[in-house]
Design a protein around this ligand. Structure first.
Ligand SMILES: Cc1cc2nc3c(=O)[nH]c(=O)nc-3n(C[C@H](O)[C@H](O)[C@H](O)COP(=O)(O)OP(=O)(O)OC[C@H]3O[C@@H](n4cnc5c(N)ncnc54)[C@H](O)[C@@H]3O)c2cc1C
Length: 305
């Protein structure tokens, strides 16, 4: 086996947007970081590809939603070239007769919405307020390190903190959240609304990115989780230049802080000593060690393969 003597404080495996954010934060804190990316571009699914000469489009993911503003600011991504072609993009349900329905974002849009759906408008306002209140309970958990399940004290502290936070928001909100957890979004929408267009748009929000239909248990909570990610980020945005532009800005932030990104560099194995990851082995056979090794690829590949 070949050794590489270059000294790194941290190795990030996988240069998708999650790996890039982790690497940029570590590099920003002065760590010498290596990103090992198997593909020939950074970004993973956040990629812009030229599909025919002169036409480039987001090839997989296309909407940036819920990307925490604090991360965007901390990494100074605007300075590294991130611009938006559109922010807070609306959800529109298309109608066969041309009476399309836009989910309102402003008072003016709400007035038009109320005119189109007088029976559903007030229920919609209440639905949104309720969903936001529940999302407010979930949002603070998103940025937290999950509790160590093997450490009962840490788990207890985590539960106590979460319950306190919920109580501060009012016990009934917590009860509502528990009621919503197993619910199917389709059942909820059938109770609340009449318009199939409105129900379709809201069910889409709750099932996007998942494999279940709107009558699958647990899909109501998906709508809340999505709202929670929005609370810490922004509405759906289109980066100018497609999702690849986000990856480019993150990569620029890493390089500006002295980090190194290696493309076409596949990791075939993690080195583990005494239960701790201590380095990586590339498919070329080269071994690289670092005190911190972070996997930003699929957990099943990381743990099982
Ligand atoms: C069709 C589709 C559409 C989607 N649309 C959206 C959307 O519009 N908006 C949105 O927010 N999300 C969307 N998603 C979800 C989003 O793409 C993922 O959540 C996101 O890509 C996860 O990022 P990641 O960095 O964790 O992983 P990935 O983007 O999968 O990146 C992982 C990286 O690791 C690299 N890698 C893998 N194995 C190795 C190895 N052994 N050694 C070195 N490198 C390795 C890969 O080459 C890849 O670059 C979509 C997903 C799909 C499938």
């Amino acid at each position: 086996m070949n050794w590489e003597s270059a000294a790194f404080d941290a190795i990030v495996v996988g240069g998708g947007h999650n790996g890039l954010v982790a690497a940029a934060r570590l590099a920003g804190e002065g760590k010498r970081v290596l990103v090992a990316e198997a593909g020939s571009h950074t970004g993973g699914a956040a990629v812009t590809s030229e599909i025919t000469p002169g036409y480039s489009v987001p090839a997989v993911a296309h909407l940036l939603e819920g990307f925490p503003r604090r991360i965007e600011r901390k990494l100074k991504l605007a300075r590294h070239g991130l611009r938006y072609a559109a922010r807070n993009v609306a959800t529109v349900a298309l109608d066969r007769d041309g009476k399309h329905l836009l989910l309102p974002r402003t008072r003016k849009e709400f007035a038009a919405f109320r005119e189109a759906l007088p029976k559903d408008a007030e229920a919609y306002r209440e639905y949104v307020a309720h969903r936001r209140a529940l999302a407010g309970l979930v949002a603070p958990l998103l940025g937290e390190r999950p509790p160590e399940l093997a450490d009962p004290d840490a788990f207890r502290r985590f539960l106590r903190r979460s319950v306190w936070r919920a109580m501060l928001k009012g016990g009934s909100t917590m009860q509502s959240l528990l009621r919503v957890l197993p619910e199917a979004i389709g059942d909820r929408l059938d109770v609340e609304f009449e318009s199939p267009l409105l129900k379709g748009a809201l069910a889409f929000d709750a099932t996007l990115g998942g494999a279940e239909g709107p009558y699958a248990p647990g899909t109501s909570f998906r709508a809340i989780l999505r709202e929670a990610t929005r609370l810490q980020g922004q509405g759906a945005c289109l980066p100018a230049g497609g999702m690849g532009a986000l990856a480019d800005a993150l990569a620029a932030a890493i390089v500006a802080s002295g980090g190194e990104i290696r493309l076409d560099t596949e990791v075939s194995r993690f080195l583990v000593e005494e239960g701790k990851a201590t380095g990586i082995v590339l498919s070329s056979g080269v071994e690289i060690r670092a005190p911190l090794v972070l996997s930003a690829i699929s957990p099943s590949v990381t743990m099982l393969e």
